[in-house]
Design a protein around this ligand. Structure first.
Ligand code: CO
Ligand code: CO
Length: 287
């Protein structure tokens, strides 16, 4: 298999009622753990680099490493720009050969979000690259916002329909009761809202902030129409906790490989669990 766009994967996920996991990588070890888990589970996978991750590791440098891993992989892998907030990151990602990009205009007003998303979709499609956008807002500060305040952030189905039609976006991230950066799985999604949006929007729907959602609710959301599930905090937590444990037990350890290898292993186990929950196990062969 090889490096592919996210387009075909997400359409297949929609048709056959599963979700493709989109896992954030901020370094080589994370990307290796993610791809190895997808191979083990014979699942398609999206490896994503956020704008923040791109600033940290280099959009071209980290992208090049992931593209090489994807080319050698036994399963289809898409390289996705997650949360491109600044227009220029869409351009940089296309130039660096990303095969899927997200523009996050969720903090803009509706018309401005439509306008910029539309421009990026036009540009992406010229390059043969699908574009994800966000409408409504999946908040990024669980310390300040509580779960019962999330109603006002939710995606409105009528707006989602207008947004998808006007922008011609390939997939849409919706706000349905999750938040980014949550460290405990305690949120329950608004499944009815997902169903209402799905009735009006034909493109695959994307869930952000899944790390804070119960497994049961994620499964219900996939049955209701979610086709891509983003995971960052949860796998970062397993990587970091294992690394911390190893370092605490071995205070003389200085060889990075010895503890990063352990972190990578913990992340790999966690990605396999997620793939199981998302129902994408074995789906690589059918793509
Ligand atoms: Co997100
Ligand atoms: Co995220």
């Amino acid at each position: 298999m090889s490096l592919v766009t996210s387009k075909g994967m997400l359409i297949d996920a929609k048709e056959r009622n599963y979700a493709v996991g989109a896992f954030n990588a901020n370094n080589i070890e994370m990307a290796q753990g993610i791809i190895k888990a997808a191979e083990e589970k014979k699942s398609p996978v999206i490896v994503q680099v956020s704008q923040g991750g791109a600033k940290y590791a280099g959009i071209e440098e980290l992208g090049a490493a992931i593209k090489k891993m994807a080319a050698k992989s036994e399963v289809p892998v898409a390289l996705h720009l997650d949360h491109g907030v600044d227009y220029k990151y869409s351009v940089l990602a296309l130039r660096a050969g990303y095969t899927s990009i997200m523009f996050d205009g969720s903090l803009l007003d509706f018309e401005e979000n439509v306008k910029i998303t539309k421009k990026i979709v036009e540009m992406g499609h010229i390059a043969g690259v699908p574009v994800e956008a966000e409408l409504g807002e999946v908040p990024k500060d669980p310390e300040k916002i509580s779960l019962d305040e999330l109603d006002k952030y939710k995606t409105k189905p009528e707006e989602a329909q207008k947004f998808a039609e006007r922008t011609k976006v390939d997939s849409l991230a919706v706000a349905v009761g999750s938040m980014h950066k949550m460290k405990v799985q305690e949120a329950e999604l608004d499944i009815e809202q997902i169903k209402k949006i799905k009735k009006r929007v034909s493109v695959p729907l994307v869930l952000h902030g899944s790390s804070g959602v119960t497994n049961k609710s994620v499964i219900e959301a996939i049955n209701a129409g979610i086709c891509k599930v983003n995971v960052h905090t949860h796998i970062a937590k397993s990587f970091t906790e294992r690394t911390r444990e190893v370092l605490e037990k071995n205070s003389n350890m200085v060889d990075l490989r010895k503890y990063l290898k352990e972190g990578r292993e913990a992340l790999y186990e966690e990605v396999k669990n997620k793939i199981q929950i998302f129902g994408s196990e074995g789906m690589a062969a059918k793509l």
